[in-house]
Every structure is written in structure tokens, then in C-alpha cells.
Design a protein around this ligand. Structure first.
Ligand code: PEP
Ligand code: MN
Length: 376
């Protein structure tokens, strides 16, 4: 298990090994990551160490003390009140407090080291091939969607996207065609054989959308809509879970944990850009998060360079970059005439531009930078 933020763990190797042994034991016995490590500072006194030991007991954990040559660390083992241990970071003689394992369990590679493959209408995501989901931001008309479906299929896409229920920042903007759009999506799927991915915004729409779609997308704005996540945990369709614009990777994985904990293991994560101080791009596409999510979780991870950048001109480069860091797939917005699109025109590719992006993604890229090994 790789961990981040542990640069203060400067004690000697045998000490580290002892702590990891304790953590591994607790993890195997309880099946849950509950071990916290309190790193004492170099000059911590016996009295300060004893105080920490007492506080760990008071918080409902078992203290395990390891005295290294440079510093002492105290492990809090068990399942007590975690926030009380976290608060010890300001106690005298304490350098820092780290959680030895992640709070998410079922999505974690600690629980399932082998990668998951999610089948969407027969198309595997997370397997050998990089999967491309393409289509318009919104379904606007039968003609618009059918022509796009044929074009993206011809260019090599394996799944068709199209919004029927749109989360728009302004209530005055186009909100989607609802069920009419779902019917058009189904027709396009029957004509082309491409399975359908479409967004669900509300618990009320889940059943209806399940009748038409092969995969339900939870949009970025709904990543922490826990009622929606709980409902989607009970369905038998795969879920595409977008990362919230200001969500940490941990929050994103915990949102996925809701789905798995509730019984739906067919979850694909999607990085779609986060809010930063940058204004030249619509969002900042966080490719490190793609690599990190694949490192921490067995779930497939795809990238959305359309929302990730907001700019047609950057889609090709960011698609190639996402695949190079290990993305299992891409979701790309395509429109027959982006200048007329009712939503997200500036980031939508026309058919020719999409075909060019697809050509740029072909074979040699997979050999780049040890990619085959990196995807293991
Ligand atoms: C979309 O896919 O069109 C969309 C609204 O995405 P996001 O939730 O990432 O903004
Ligand atoms: Mn969009």
C-alpha cells in the first residue's frame, strides 16, 4: 500500500517494520483500517509519551509503543474515537499524527489488490483496452444524436454519451429533453450497437433512466449527493462517478465506497477537472489524481478532457496524457456543429476533430513510458 504525506516517518527501518506489522495484524483481524500513528518529536519526554499513551486508552484504542533510536512512535490500534487521536497532533511532544490505512475499505486495493473490470452493456472498462465514451453534452434532437452516434462509432468509440437531464449552473439554460432524450439514446444504441451512458441527477429519475441506459453517470455536482449514491448502490447497472470540482481524492473514493458498501460494485471513477486559481482553462484536469486513484483503488479510472479543460484545442493532448498516466478510458464531448450546441459547445469536437484525436490515441502510445507495466 502506498501512502502519501508520510515524509515525517524518519525513524529507523526496524521501527517502521514493527508498526506495519501491527497495522497488518489489526487489519487482518478486524477487516478495517483503524490504526493511527502518533509520531513523537525527537525531544519528547517520558511524561509526554505517557500522556499520549493515556489519551489513546481514553479514546478507546490500544496503545503500542515503539522506541526507535531517534524517536518514539505510539500506535493507536483498534476502533475508538478517531477524532480524539487526530486531535493529539497539538499535544506537547507530538510531531504529527498519521492514519496508517485509508478510511475507505471496499474500494481500496488493500482489500482487493487485483484491478476490477466493469462491463457496460458488454464493453469492459478497466481491461486491456482504453475505452472511449463519446457523444454530445446534451441530447438536442434525434438527428443530432443519431448522426453523432454513427460518427463516433466510425472513429472508434465504444460507448455513446448524451445528457437527458442536465445540471446547468443557470436555471435559464437548456435543462435537457428528459425522457424524450432517453428514447432517442435507446434508438441510437439499437442502430449502432453502442451502449449508452447518461447522467442521473435525482433519486426520482433512477428507475426511468435504468429502463433506457446501460450506465448511469453521477455528475460532478452530485458526487456527494448521498441519497442519490445510496439509491444507485441498489441498482443493477454500472455507475460512472465523476469527481466533484472541489473534492479531494479521498472524498471521491469515499463517495464510491457508498456505492460498493450498498451493494453495487460496478463503479468507474472519472476525473473531470477541479477548481483552482487558473482561469484560462474551465477546470484544472488533475492527472495525478488519475494515477493516484488507480494506485489507491482497484476501480477503473477514466478521464474527461472535455470538462477537464473546456477547450477543444486541448482535448487531443490531454487525452494522450491521460492514457499515458494509466487512464482506463476517456469520455469526450462530440457535436455535429459545436457552434450551435445548446451546452458545452466550446469544449465539443466536431466529427473530423474527434476522428483526429482518436487517430492520435492509436497503438504506439501504449508502449510509451512502460505503460503496459504501469497499468498493472
Ligand atoms: C457532463 O458530462 O456533461 C457533465 C455535466 O459533467 P460534469 O458533471 O463533470 O460537469
Ligand atoms: Mn457537458
Amino acid at each position: 500500500m502506498r501512502r502519501t504525506g508520510n515524509h515525517h516517518l524518519t525513524f529507523q527501518v526496524p521501527v517502521q517494520a514493527a508498526i506495519l506489522k501491527i497495522a497488518a495484524f489489526v487489519f487482518s483481524v478486524q477487516g478495517g483500517p483503524t490504526t493511527m500513528i502518533v509520531n513523537m518529536s525527537d525531544g519528547a519526554t517520558e511524561e509526554q509519551i505517557n500522556h499520549i499513551i493515556d489519551r489513546i486508552r481514553e479514546a478507546g484504542y490500544q496503545p503500542h509503543v515503539t522506541r526507535g533510536t531517534e524517536r518514539t512512535i505510539v500506535a493507536a490500534v483498534g476502533s475508538g474515537r478517531r477524532h480524539e487521536i487526530e486531535a493529539l497532533q497539538v499535544a506537547p511532544g507530538v510531531d504529527n499524527v498519521v492514519a496508517i490505512a485509508q478510511p475507505f475499505k471496499l474500494v481500496s486495493r488493500q482489500v482487493k489488490p487485483q484491478r476490477s473490470v466493469v462491463s457496460v452493456g458488454g464493453v469492459p472498462i478497466g481491461g486491456e483496452d482504453v475505452v472511449v465514451i463519446a457523444g454530445p453534452c446534451s441530447v438536442e434532437s434525434r438527428e443530432q444524436l443519431l448522426s453523432t452516434a454513427h460518427a463516433v462509432k466510425k472513429a472508434g468509440a465504444s460507448l455513446l454519451r448524451g445528457g437527458a437531464y442536465k445540471p446547468r449552473t443557470s436555471p435559464y439554460d437548456f435543462q435537457g429533453l428528459g425522457e424524450e432524450a432517453l428514447k432517442i439514446l435507446r434508438e441510437a444504441s439499437e442502430e449502432t450497437g453502442l451502449p449508452i451512458v447518461t447522467e442521473v441527477m435525482s433519486t426520482e429519475d433512477v428507475e426511468l433512466i435504468c429502463e433506457y441506459a446501460d450506465m448511469l453517470q453521477v455528475g460532478a455536482r452530485n458526487m456527494q449527493n448521498f441519497a442519490l449514491l445510496r439509491k444507485l448502490a441498489t441498482i443493477r447497472k454500472p455507475v460512472l462517478l465523476k469527481r466533484g470540482p472541489s473534492a479531494t481524492v479521498k472524498e471521491w473514493l469515499l463517495a464510491a465506497e457508498y456505492l460498493l458498501a450498498g451493494g453495487n460494485k460496478d463503479v468507474v471513477l472519472c476525473e473531470r477537472g477541479i477548481k483552482t486559481f487558473e482561469t484560462e482553462t474551465r477546470n484544472t484536469m488533475d492527472l495525478a489524481a488519475v494515477a493516484l486513484a488507480r494506485d489507491l483503488s482497484h476501480l477503473p479510472v477514466i478521464a474527461d478532457p472535455s470538462h477537464g479543460t473546456g477547450k477543444q484545442s486541448l482535448i487531443g493532448a490531454m487525452s494522450r496524457a491521460a492514457v499515458a498516466v494509466g487512464a482506463d478510458g476517456l469520455i469526450i464531448e462530440v457535436h455535429p456543429c459545436p457552434e450551435r450546441a445548446l451546452s458545452d459547445g466550446p469544449q465539443s469536437l466536431d466529427f473530423a476533430a474527434f476522428e483526429k484525436v482518436m487517430r492520435g490515441l492509436s497503438a504506439p502510445l501504449r508502449g510509451v513510458a512502460g505503460l503496459v507495466a504501469a497499468r498493472a
